[in-house]
Design a protein around this ligand. Sequence first.
Ligand code: CTP
Length: 399
Amino acid sequence: MLHGKKILIGITGSIAAYKIIFLVRLLVKQEAEVKIIMTPAAKEFVAPIVLSTLSKNKVYIDLVEENSWANHVALGRWADVFLIAPLSCNTLAKMANGHCDNLLLAVYLSAKCPVVVAPAMDEDMWHHPATKNNLDRIKKYGNFIIPVDNGELASGLFGEGRMAEPATIITYLIENFFRGTTLKNKKVLITAGPTYEPLDPVRFIGNYSSGKMGFAIAEQAYLQGADVTLISGPSHEQLNYNSIKLIRVTTANKMYEACLKLFKQANITIMSAAIADYQPIEILSNKIKKKHAEWDLKLQKTTDILFQLGKQKTKSQFLVGFALETENEIENAHKKLKNKNADAIVLNSLNDTNAGFGFDTNKITILYKDGTTSKFELKNKKDVAKDIISFITDKIHEK
Ligand code: CTP
């Protein structure tokens, strides 16, 4: 997502400057191009040599170097985003008042790209009315502010004012500036995880699905610009992006209700959840006691959600199902594609090692309604999600 993106980082004098070392590592790992400016005070907190080595670029500090003038206009024009992190109280006040007594401020005042700041200060400074005023002012000037964290501060006190963590900063940059557009204006509905069918107040029938695949698909669709809603059964997975709408359900019935509500508006629906096929006929309100040596549990079929959505599907909608198979994989997946009126089925076989439930990797074959099949290698689930989303995007744009 950050491949080739030009990120200019301005570091000011704050203890949190040490986190920028990790931030630069993460950005470079994600193939972003990074250039760094430091205020003279920032040099007291991190050594420029560490930053120039990690960013693979010279670090800029002074307005005038060895009788030559540092071209602040060029730096501001080079960047896709100018991130000032950590932003100290002092630099904040200067930004709010248009001061220009160092290179960082000169670049800030002449920057044509979006400017994002990640403040870092002690709680009392953070809550001072002057700080609030200054933040309001730079916000009005059109700058973006990454919220501070709550936690242990350099003073040893606990409270608000910690600079956001590097991973949070990267997520913020991606969400606000670097999402793709191939699914822009598309509403995407995704199901994930297992469902749990209760027997009594303490027991349920479930399956081993972790939800990893569905969560990864939701994030990839979102990163391609889609408006995403994820309906998830019980899963420990968390989303990295707050703008994805997450609806948590427990049973197959609840998942069906949630899908029905949202399906009509969805341009693309991807059913990756491992939904229970059967549910207990009776749910007991008290815990079942172990009175007998044997116990017959009576089950009834749940609604086949994909089948129901396939019946309602209009020509402009794209519906994708999953098939988890243990034998006659392709044949069974073809049957599902046809019977459930899906546009595509993502097949994964439990016979492939390291693929499917619980693993971080998966190996898929996508069966399309025109009879073609596309096979993919074993990959981590994030990359599998990319393959699924780009397959769907290609097919939609072919239509
Ligand atoms: N599915 C569904 N509703 C159910 C069961 C499954 O919508 N009650 C969906 C799954 O989300 C998946 C697809 O149907 O997209 C295929 O699920 P799978 O468990 O592989 O197959 P089933 O249809 O349940 O058939 P079987 O278990 O007999 O293989």
